[in-house]
Design a protein around this ligand. Structure first.
Ligand SMILES: *Cc1c(COP(=O)(O)O)cnc(C)c1O
Length: 378
């Protein structure tokens, strides 16, 4: 099946290229590179009238934005279980709010000493520079930022957050996230990065972005010219399915790698999308082939309206068990559950320590063989 956007009766890209239509900061602007409402989507996907009403309600609660590029990766757009479609097209299940779900599952608001900064761990902070994204993932953990009453961070907020980081010398890493920080104008990205990188205590800056995956044209020459200037940069992306590794996303990652930036991946474990070892192994192999290092596999957080994406905790552990040893250690992420109420990330994995008896332990290898191993008691 042909999966290019131009063969799907989609509107043409804006003259001047995608970058010209990139200022996604103002909600009122119309974007020719994105679907932003159910009506436009209903021209390319057939919804029943009842379904359409429900999806409109869902898109009312959680914003909708799907880049044409990402839409073009859907293999069967009439199948709501298509692993690409399920990540970007609303589902009526989003309106089901179950118990034990939270607007802010990680209690980020409570751990925010100044606007747009979350300080949970001793040596690193999370800086939320925007609530805008190129695509609103249906499983997003920060859906609360989409609510109209939460103001967009402005440069003053960012300046204040930078002063906080400067004063708190134990902070050695800043995670620039959002929203997607790469939705900011390139000049603003430059401003934020230069503000952080000149702080003596900051040894690393990590940008969290899905741009290479959902809107790879954002990784353009002008952006790379800015990113290349900073030598403390790391980038974390979010590939969740092997179909997302395309010539375009590979090129975006290659461009970042050529700027000297190490790229890691944080997947979210999503029911029916990537919750089996074969899919995860294929994804991680493809990531290794484009020099993206699998870092975390996240349990899907208990955020409101995402119950249909969640899997049993055991599923993640089993996936890791089927990867460890069977494939390169470079391809194996750490499975983590991000604790509610800001308890932080908890790694979970198979247990290879069978028993312990003084200076002798019994260990199990990946094939299930057990053996005794001696090591000093103290
Ligand atoms: C996830 C997270 C971090 C980074 O944790 P790592 O384990 O270093 O990837 C930092 N701060 C907050 C608030 C986080 O949620």
């Amino acid at each position: 099946m042909d999966r290019t956007a131009t063969n799907m009766n989609l509107p043409e890209e804006e003259p001047g290229g995608p970058a010209a239509a990139l200022d996604v900061r103002t909600q009122t602007k119309t974007y020719k590179n994105f679907f932003q409402n159910i009506n436009d989507l209903s021209k390319v996907i057939s919804f029943s009238p009842q379904e359409k009403k429900k999806l409109e309600d869902a898109a009312e609660v959680y914003h909708l934005r799907v880049p044409f590029y990402y839409f073009s990766l859907i293999k069967n757009r009439h199948d709501s279980k298509d692993p690409i479609r399920a990540q970007c097209i609303p589902s009526p299940e989003e309106l089901e709010v179950s118990e034990k779900e939270f607007m802010d599952p990680l209690a980020e608001e409570q751990m925010s000493p100044v606007n747009c900064l979350v300080h949970r761990y001793p040596d690193r902070v999370l800086l939320i520079v925007t609530s805008q994204c190129f695509m609103y993932c249906r499983h997003c953990t920060r859906k609360r930022l989409w609510q109209e009453d939460i103001p967009e961070p402005n440069l003053q907020d960012i300046d204040k957050a930078i002063s906080y980081i400067k004063k708190n010398k134990q902070i050695r890493e800043v995670i620039v996230s959002g929203g997607d920080p790469l939705t900011l104008d390139t000049s603003k990205i430059d401003y934020v990065l230069s503000g952080i990188s000149c702080l003596k205590n900051v040894e690393a800056i990590r940008i969290g972005t899905r741009a290479p995956v959902v809107f790879p044209q954002r990784i353009n020459e002008a952006l790379c010219r800015v990113l290349r200037k900073y030598n403390k940069l790391w980038i974390n992306v979010q590939f969740n399915h092997p179909w997302e590794v395309t010539p375009q996303s590979a090129q975006a990652c290659m461009r970042l790698a050529r700027c000297g930036i190490p790229i890691s991946n944080q997947s979210v474990l999503l029911r029916g999308i990537n919750d089996n070892p074969e899919v995860m192994i294929e994804l991680c192999h493809k990531l290794q082939s484009i020099r993206v290092r699998p870092y975390y596999l996240f349990q899907c957080d208990p955020v409101v309206g995402a119950s249909h994406f969640r899997t049993p905790i055991r599923r993640g552990m089993e996936i890791i068990e089927k990867m460890r040893g069977f494939t390169s250690g470079m391809c194996v992420p750490t499975f983590v559950v991000d604790g509610i109420e800001g308890k932080g990330k908890v790694p979970l994995g198979p247990n290879y320590l069978v028993s312990e008896d003084g200076g002798c332990v019994t260990l199990r290898n990946y094939q299930g063989e057990t053996f005794r191993y001696y090591a000093p008691k103290e």
